[in-house]
Design a binder for this molecule. Structure first.
Ligand code: FAD
Length: 519
């Protein structure tokens, strides 16, 4: 039956005979068209149907007899804009192929979405003789497409509306998907991609926790708190980060058989800056009390050390005199005897004094974030800085790796340096009072610069200031042990402090501390 129809169609479509390739039996062509799993129709130049294959009947509901002689418009649902048909006809009548989607009507009146291709069949002179229509019902595909699209839009709007930073990262920490809060963070921090920075902070904290300096993959972590420092004295921002692995089937052609999967990391970061600020306030207040106690102990230790140092001088002199007298008059000379007794009494007093010097408290070594520590010191010095009218320029490296050290000792070191800077600027005649504090990591070391705009230290004094009991400050009350103690703390951490002139004016103190001090 189908073959008969094709023959009839061929009678009014002479090109069909040409289409039969020499050597290829005509039935092959006929079977191909009639057995194709796609609705195929052949029309005259007016769209009147000459041939339909069985798939056409399956898709449209029209039998061959019902379709032959009718116009293709029997399939029209009459809902598509007329302009669409006009452009369709314009294209095909000019000999071009038209492809598109149309809402068609089934014989039973139900609608379906057709994906259609109409090809003009032209003669040797380019004259259109017939049209070949091929279409398939894509209603279900379209429904699924839309379902996926709607779900995607829904998920995107939920992710966008979430009050947390969300970013999907590939294995190279590249952001492949993000949300509104992430874009806000980008703008706030003025950086292209904050995610890799958060990730390196998270990895560093995971590494520290492992305690072996081992590089962990960094995947799958929960509520990890990380801190981002911002230049310009702004308070740091804190984020509680969680990460989970997300897997996607690789949709590229070369993964069709292999069934490869791609790994992503879903990073969710919740800002906890205000919570941390409150906790910080409480912590700094407690720290203030501890530091005040430590300062008192330190002052006592320094006073007693200075006293023993001063007593040692005259005792040594007396010992020299005794030695001299012994040489001249013998050891039994009454003056020598009296002096020896006085020296012995003095030595005993000295020993008693030494035993009264409070011992240094031992402190556990652990990971120290110098940015955090320097902020603490600035917080502790706020009232002094304000009273002296000093402006602070805080230039931390956004993410500073932690070093192994004694936090209280390091805090005292920086407090001593900042106190010195404040004192240097808080003098008459010092109009511009600016303290610059900067931190950065370079070649396995952390460098902290403390620059003041005070009168500076004379070149000849740059090394001397580190000697115990040496002071450049006039007037009493200064024992001159601050810098020597600070240098000792730096040395205990495998580092050192150097003093030089500041870039413009004043004094610049450079503290260098290795990240991994040699044992
Ligand atoms: P119509 O009056 O038939 O046509 C609308 C506009 O199309 C007219 O205003 C006119 O500008 C233009 N037009 C119509 N016929 C011609 C022509 N012979 N020459 C130049 N311009 C013309 N339509 C479907 O809706 N679904 C289908 O699956 C479908 N398959 C087709 C397959 C083939 C091979 C061809 C040739 C056409 C097919 N059509 C199909 C188009 C169909 O012929 C109708 O044009 C369309 O259905 C609109 O019908 P209508 O009755 O609403 O308006």
């Amino acid at each position: 039956m189908a073959n008969e129809q094709l023959k009839t169609a061929a009678a009014s479509a002479p090109w069909m005979a040409d289409a039969l390739a020499p050597g290829l039996p005509p039935q092959v062509f006929q079977h191909t068209v009639s057995q194709a799993d796609m609705a195929i129709s052949i029309t005259d130049v007016h769209g009147n149907i000459l041939y339909v294959n069985p798939a056409f009947t399956r898709v449209t509901g029209y039998t061959t007899d019902e379709a032959i002689g009718k116009n293709q418009s029997i399939l029209s649902n009459k809902t598509m804009p007329p302009a669409l048909y006009q452009s369709l006809w314009q294209k095909i009548s000019q000999g071009e192929v038209w492809t598109g989607r149309l809402i068609n009507r089934h014989k039973d009146g139900s609608q379906y979405l057709a994906e259609l291709s109409i090809s003009p069949i032209v003669d040797a002179h380019g004259k259109v003789l017939n049209y070949l229509g091929m279409h398939r019902d894509i209603t279900e595909v379209h429904r699924l497409e839309y379902q996926v699209r709607n779900q995607k839009a829904l998920i995107e709007s939920v992710v966008d509306a979430a009050p947390v930073v969300i970013a999907l990262l590939d294995v190279d920490d590249r952001v492949v998907l993000d949300n509104h809060e992430y874009k806000k963070l980008q703008a706030d921090l003025g950086m292209a991609e904050p995610a890799p920075m958060l990730m390196s902070a998270i990895r560093a904290s995971l590494e520290l926790e492992s305690g072996k300096g081992r590089r962990t993959s960094g995947y799958l972590f929960l509520d990890r708190e990380v801190r981002i420092d911002r230049p310009g004295g702004n308070t740091p921002r804190w984020f509680s980060c969680s990460g989970s692995r997300v897997r996607e089937d690789d949709s590229t052609a070369d993964a069709f058989l292999a069934g490869r999967r791609r790994d992503y990391l879903l990073l969710v970061a919740k800002e906890i800056t205000s919570l941390r600020a409150q906790q910080e306030k409480v912590r700094v207040a407690a720290l203030q009390a501890v530091m005040a106690d430590e300062d008192r102990v330190l002052a006592l230790r320094e006073s007693l050390a200075a006293a023993t140092f001063r007593i040692e001088g005259p005792l040594n002199m007396m010992a020299s005199v005794v030695a001299m007298l012994a040489r001249r008059k013998g050891e039994t000379d009454p003056m020598s005897v009296a002096l020896v007794e006085a020296i012995a009494a003095g030595q005993q007093a000295l020993e008693e004094l030494r035993s009264m010097i409070p011992g240094e408290t031992r402190e556990a070594i652990g990971p120290v974030n110098l940015n955090e520590l320097l902020r603490d010191v600035l917080d502790l010095s706020t009232s002094h800085l304000l009273a002296a009218g000093i402006t602070v320029s805080w230039k931390p490296q956004a993410m500073l790796p932690a070093l192994q050290g004694a936090p209280n000792k390091l805090r005292s070191l920086f407090k001593a340096l900042i106190d010195n800077a404040i004192e240097a600027m808080n003098v008459r005649g010092c109009r511009e009072r600016e303290l610059t504090l900067a931190s950065k990591e370079r070649r396995g070391e952390i460098e902290v610069l403390i620059e003041d705009s005070g009168p500076g230290i004379d070149n000849s004094q740059h090394l001397k200031v580190f000697e115990p009991f040496h002071t450049t400050k006039r007037g009493g009350g200064h024992l001159g042990t601050g810098l020597s103690s600070a240098q000792q703390v730096a040395a205990d951490h495998g580092g050192y402090i150097e003093i030089g002139p500041a870039a413009v004016r004043g004094c610049r103190v450079r503290v260098l501390l290795p990240l991994h001090p040699r044992p």
